[in-house]
Design a protein around this ligand. Sequence first.
Ligand SMILES: Cc1ncc(COP(=O)(O)O)c(C=O)c1O
Length: 288
Amino acid sequence: MPRIAYVNGRYLDHRHAAVHVEDRGYQFADGVYEVINLYRNRLIDEDAHLDRLDRSLRELQMDWPMSRQAMKVIMRELVRQNRYATGLVYIQVTRGVAPRDHKFPEDVRSALVMTVRPMLEFPAEMIEDGVKIIVIDDMRWKRPDIKAIALLPNVMGKQMAAEEGAFEAWMRDADGFITEGTSSNAWIVTAAGTLITHPEGQDILRGITRQEIIALADELGIPFEERKFTADEASAAREVFMSNSSHFVTPVTRIGDVTIANGKPGSLSLALHERYLQFMESEPFAVP
Ligand SMILES: Cc1ncc(COP(=O)(O)O)c(C=O)c1O
């Protein structure tokens, strides 16, 4: 069974799937994306992801390449053709193909690429041992709330993390506050047991998992506060974790050379992870 990608109206063998050299995503990073978790045949928080896609497109005055309903149909068809039960669906919309010129082209249709890749379910060691992160400067543009495909600072950050044997890099703004990870939102639990994450606004991506965790924490009766925190506060926190659609709630047990608490994932992080898995199981099947 070859892996299949969707490219502007066609289902193609993934090995040969390609866009035009003058796709504005390729030349200007003029596009937006979403990553949706496919978990045991469910598309987790699909509507919330499509709502965020809608917002990203509107912020950049870009059109939907097709109706939302049509996109849902294609997503399901792609999942069906690839036959993966668990993986990640990647959706990318760019402003389309046009002769290279910075300003928006006229009468050009936005372009759509969709892929699915298989993924193992959450690796046990990540939840048993937690992961290491490093802290770097946030060098991104001033609108990381838009899920744009321009990810060079994120790419550099993740590479720095990898070179230091870490799983993720958290970014620190000019005032010393942690904004988020290169592909995740950042969380701490204080000594008093309050869950903290950076307030939403223009300086972080409003993670879909982040929103779900806030709702689940409320359900579990965990006190929650949206406020900024520093790397020092995180290093001294009772618990630290990160969240995203690919890895849900991932405990962080080291920040650079500092071990968090007793070096084991904390109980609230584990409870949220467990509750999040239950939430995913409760989502409707996307493909039978
Ligand atoms: C910069 C950034 N922050 C946060 C997130 C988490 O968002 P979500 O929970 O919607 O996956 C991501 C996801 O890739 C991201 O790239």
